[in-house]
Design a protein around this ligand. Structure first.
Ligand code: UDP
Ligand code: MN
Length: 261
């Protein structure tokens, strides 16, 4: 039996679902041969879910609060951690042997199936603090044992920033236990510093996955984010992808015939 591999994203709200739709469309545009799945929480509306099911192979409902009581208790005191905990649920997708997690605010601009040649754990540096990994793009192996370890660690140690830093902490923990590969920055490209803007001129043409990291997301405004001129081209590409008709069926037939778009 062929091992099943998948790209995975997460949407806990209708607006992040818009981002997730673009993740799937852009993966298909670049001819992925892997499954594309999205985890949603029960509060995501049926309208948003049906839009997701048009472009994803599977829409998997996960609980914002885990069934384990210790997690529920800890979440009661720290509701803002819920979303981050939900991301950890990707390790429960044991129907797949290997996965690549992509934040819902990423845009795939080239075929990235070569990420499945990488091992758990692989991630790219964070642009704000390059010694840390950014948790927007990472390669992992689903495992209930790892999931439990991550949840327990999260409960004991919390997060250094109350949010995404938690995943970073967990990923560092995993990395400490197994070999870690640093992905090239072009697999998680975000413009957050002047240096990136300068380096972008030289290396930007190699971009593979663009990450709209930060508080301003393409779907929350129709214009280009003026603070991020470097990204304006990708901001436009995001909107083009979002407005395009769903091509799930076409994308699959392209895969079968092996034709490139
Ligand atoms: N997310 C979500 N709902 C939220 C916040 C985050 O579903 O309310 C998911 C979504 O997949 C998102 C990821 O968690 O891409 C990380 O959050 P975000 O991308 O906003 O963080 P940033 O990359 O800007 O640090
Ligand atoms: Mn993100």
């Amino acid at each position: 039996q062929k091992p099943r591999e998948a790209f995975v994203t997460l949407a806990t709200t209708d607006s992040y679902s818009k981002g997730a739709v673009v993740v799937a469309k852009s993966l298909r545009r670049h001819g992925t041969t892997r499954s594309i799945v999205v985890m949603v929480t029960p509060n995501v509306s049926s309208t948003a879910r049906s839009a997701l099911s048009e472009v994803f192979d599977e829409v998997i409902v996960v609980d914002l609060l885990d069934s384990q009581d210790y997690l529920r208790l800890s979440l009661l005191g720290r509701p803002e951690l819920g979303v981050t905990f939900t991301k950890i649920h990707c390790w429960t997708l044991v129907q797949f042997s290997k996965c690549v997690f992509l934040d819902a605010d990423t845009l795939v601009v080239s075929n990235v199936d070569d990420l499945f040649d990488r091992e758990e754990f692989s991630a790219a540096p964070d642009p704000g603090w390059p010694d840390c990994f950014n948790s927007g793009v990472f390669v992992f192996r689903p495992s209930l044992q790892t999931h439990t370890q991550l949840v327990q660690h999260a409960n004991q140690h919390g997060s250094f920033d109350g949010g995404e830093g938690l995943v970073e902490l967990l990923l560092q923990l995993l990395a400490g236990h197994r070999s870690v590969q640093t992905l090239p920055f072009v697999y998680n490209l975000s413009a957050s510093t002047v240096y990136v803007t300068a380096a972008f001129k030289r290396f930007g043409h190699n971009a593979k996955i663009v990450h709209f990291l930060g508080s301003s997301k393409p779907w929350s405004s129709s214009g280009v984010d003026s603070s991020s001129q470097t990204m304006s081209r990708y901001w436009d590409m995001w909107w083009t992808e979002y407005r395009k008709d769903c091509e799930k069926e076409q994308g699959q037939s392209r895969q079968r015939t092996g034709r490139k778009q």
